[in-house]
Ligand binder design. Structure first.
Ligand code: SAH
Length: 242
């Protein structure tokens, strides 16, 4: 699979050095580090370093080019970021769709994502060098993001797909799966305990057990939580027995 290391961010003609620093920071927070600068107006600059705030390593290894051609040399797929939806014969995708497209590229494919100038974006000549356009669907009445904010949105989408350590909803947690027969055992325990403590009437069980199954199906218990459930039931039985 493509990795974050195969992806470079190219900033073209950036006017404010602070934005270069902020872009470096946005990239580093998402594990990206290949930054290429095409004819930045003022660079290097103390403002870039200040706004990078700890991402100076990304700045330090950034490459400065005198043309877009040089910055995208060797890249197999080139994506242009555009705030304006121009009527150009180029497909426009959102960042999520672009990431899905990048996923289809070969393992060694080098990918460039090109960002334009703060005031004027990318020129038509520059857009011609991009095979695909990416537009971040924003407020139609106010659709232009700050350069570094646009970098952040793209970097986040890339990380969500290409960082193998991301497991949605399970970050930093090691949940041990529970087998179907463990769940059956829990339901029997529930049935027996709830009868014992007088909550379930075996003569008139209604749909109580079925509803509990539905509840636990939604809850997706892990082994630790399963044991807690058994523990609560045992405590209720003991309490009742007193
Ligand atoms: N006024 C410029 C926008 C400049 S913002 C214009 O209309 O083109 C600087 C850069 O951030 C843009 O060139 C683009 O690469 C990126 N960007 C900002 N908002 C974006 C959006 N909604 N979708 C895609 N890229 C965006």
């Amino acid at each position: 699979m493509t990795t974050l290391d195969n992806i470079r961010f190219v900033l073209v003609g950036t006017t404010h050095p602070g934005n270069i620093g902020a872009a470096a920071r946005a990239m580093k927070t998402m594990g990206l580090s290949n930054l290429h600068l095409v004819t930045p107006k003022i660079y290097p600059d103390a403002q870039a370093t200040a706004r990078a705030s700890g991402a100076d390593d990304v700045l330090a290894k950034a490459t400065v080019h005198d043309s877009l051609e040089s910055a995208i040399a060797g890249c197999h797929q080139v994506y242009g970021m555009s705030a304006r939806l121009r009527h150009l014969p180029v497909p426009v995708v959102n960042p999520r769709e672009a990431v899905a497209q990048i996923q289809q590229a070969g393992d060694d494919a080098q990918i460039a994502i090109v960002f334009g100038r703060e005031h004027s974006g990318l020129s038509n000549d520059e857009l011609d060098k991009c095979q695909h356009l990416i537009n971040i669907p924003a407020n139609p009445d106010y659709s232009s993001l700050n350069l570094a904010a646009a970098v952040q949105v793209c970097a986040y989408e890339l990380k969500m797909t290409f960082d193998p350590s991301i497991e949605v909803g399970r970050v930093g947690e090691n949940r041990e799966a529970v087998a179907a027969d463990d769940m059956e055992h829990l339901y029997s325990h529930f049935e027996q305990s709830l009868t014992e403590i007088g909550f379930l009437d075996p003569e008139n069980p209604r749909n109580l057990m079925r509803r509990l199954r539905r509840l636990f199906n939604r809850a997706d218990l892990d082994r630790n939580e399963l044991q807690i459930m058994h523990g609560i039931l045992r405590a209720a039985e003991t309490y009742k027995g007193k």
